[in-house]
Design a protein around this ligand. Structure first.
Ligand SMILES: [Zn+2]
Length: 442
């Protein structure tokens, strides 16, 4: 077991319950965990095998991406200025019919490399050919909850195949990989299929990651067809009886808030996607009042264009203030709490990630503070929320291992990945609507 000392950084701390910055501290790491965070000079450097000078850097918990489709970076910038139904039916699902396992392998590597560069160490990913994503995560060194996305028309046989996938990868890569089930959404499945997913999740000790109530139109359609909202439907089908991640829930209604507050669930929020797709904004102030956990997410790069949690953090702060028309709401410490504690809760990993203190996993992002955008160095928390750019991220560790140092990726071959993905563009961007993998009901 190696041990390492990160020396003389500033540290985002939640000690005392409120986010603040502790200046000139050292972080001690043994194996995969943080064992001490102390004022520089307190810990004896000679006791560590490795010592990294992190002077001037701001250490924050590794950013957490609570809902993504990582390999969709393959289709980045290929579906712009379209409606949600055009996005699915005319672009994404026709293009995804071109995917091979090897495409997903290279797409996953590109997305993971981009996320490491952006300081993201943990992702909940929802996609296809997930063995390839798992291989890429194992190599990249990050943490991930992986689900294989399925639709009702694929039947029980496909559901069982995805359960086999969960068994192959559960707890693998030194415990960095966890696996759940991933029925796509209520609108691409049906109540019987959702019930079957919930029963099999229960039987196999798995959680469920699913898209729910992404738009008002989806909720209206559900009310028309079933007389209940999508949130009520997943509750009735047993999905909420196992741990879950709900992507979006932009339009909860009435009883939905009580349902969400009384189950072991968390909501992934991707504000850039909602603004860009004209989906509306989730009632995050009500989520806070009800104590419903929510965290930050990028969704896929075809709706969000980048995999950048710092950008989501800033947009969430801005739209939260805008929703209330109150500049004193969504304070700096509230945003830090959502980005780290909220996201850790959504991942069902509170107490393990999302904070830098003894006993937590050593998932750490170190950000430069010597740029023009951080001068003068007056309020590092405001710098983090409103000024820092993802390319200010300098060094990234996950599970006690260094994945990027001085912006050099240490686990993935950036040039090769870029070439492999570029070579696939022409074939993957072909669109044959008749070949689409699913249908979005408009
Ligand atoms: Zn999604």
């Amino acid at each position: 077991m190696t041990n390492m000392l990160l020396k003389n950084c500033d540290v985002l701390s939640f000690a005392g319950g409120k986010a603040h910055i502790e200046f000139n501290h050292d972080i001690a790491i043994h194996g995969d965990s943080i064992t001490a965070v102390e004022k520089t000079g307190t810990l004896r450097e000679a006791e560590f095998e490795q010592c990294m000078d992190t002077s001037g850097l701001l250490a924050v918990p590794g950013f957490i991406n609570t809902h993504a489709h990582v390999p969709m970076v393959l289709f980045r910038n290929l579906a712009e200025d379209v409606t949600v139904s055009e996005w699915f039916n005319d672009y994404i699902w026709p293009m995804e019919s071109n995917l091979t396992e090897e495409d997903v392998y290279w797409g996953a590597q590109l997305g993971l490399a981009e996320m490491i560069e952006n300081g993201i160490t943990c992702v909940a990913d929802h996609y296809f050919f997930m063995d390839e994503v798992a291989k890429a995560v194992e190599m990249a060194g990050t943490r991930a909850n992986l689900v294989w996305a399925i639709f009702a028309h694929q039947g029980e046989e496909m559901l069982d195949k995805t359960i086999d996938f969960t068994k192959r990868w559960q707890g693998k890569a030194d415990g960095r990989i966890t696996t759940w089930l991933g029925p796509h959404a209520p609108y691409t499945t049906n109540p019987d299929y959702l019930k079957l997913c919930a029963q099999k999740a229960q039987k196999n000790g798995l959680g469920i990651h699913i898209h729910v109530s992404e738009t008002a139109a989806q909720v209206d359609l559900s009310l028309k067809e079933f007389g209940i909202t999508p949130v009520q439907q997943i509750r009735d089908c047993g999905i909420l009886d196992v741990p879950s991640i709900l992507a979006h829930v932009v339009d909860p209604r009435g009883e939905d808030f009580d349902i969400l507050a009384s189950h072991a669930t968390g909501i992934a929020q991707a504000p850039k996607t909602y603004l860009k797709s004209g989906m509306g904004l989730a009632p995050i102030h009500q989520y806070m009042e009800y104590g419903i956990p929510f965290g930050l997410a990028t969704d896929g790069a075809v709706s969000n264009n980048t995999l950048d949690i710092m950008e989501q953090m800033r947009l969430l702060a801005l739209f939260g203030k805008y929703q209330k028309l109150d500049p004193t709401s969504m304070k700096l410490e509230d945003i830090a709490d959502i980005a780290f504690h909220g996201s850790a809760k959504v991942m069902h990993l509170p107490g393990k990630i999302g904070e830098l203190k003894p006993g937590m996993l050593a998932d750490i992002t170190l950000i430069r503070q010597d740029g023009l955008n951080s001068t003068p160095k007056a309020n590092p928390l405001a710098f983090l929320i409103y000024c820092a750019k993802s390319n200010d991220v300098d060094t990234v560790l996950c599970n006690g291992k260094v994945l990027m140092q001085g912006r050099k990726l240490l686990t993935l071959d950036k040039a090769r990945i870029q070439q492999e993905v570029q070579n696939r563009l022409q074939r993957l961007s072909q669109r044959l609507p008749a070949e689409r993998i699913a249908f979005y009901p408009a």
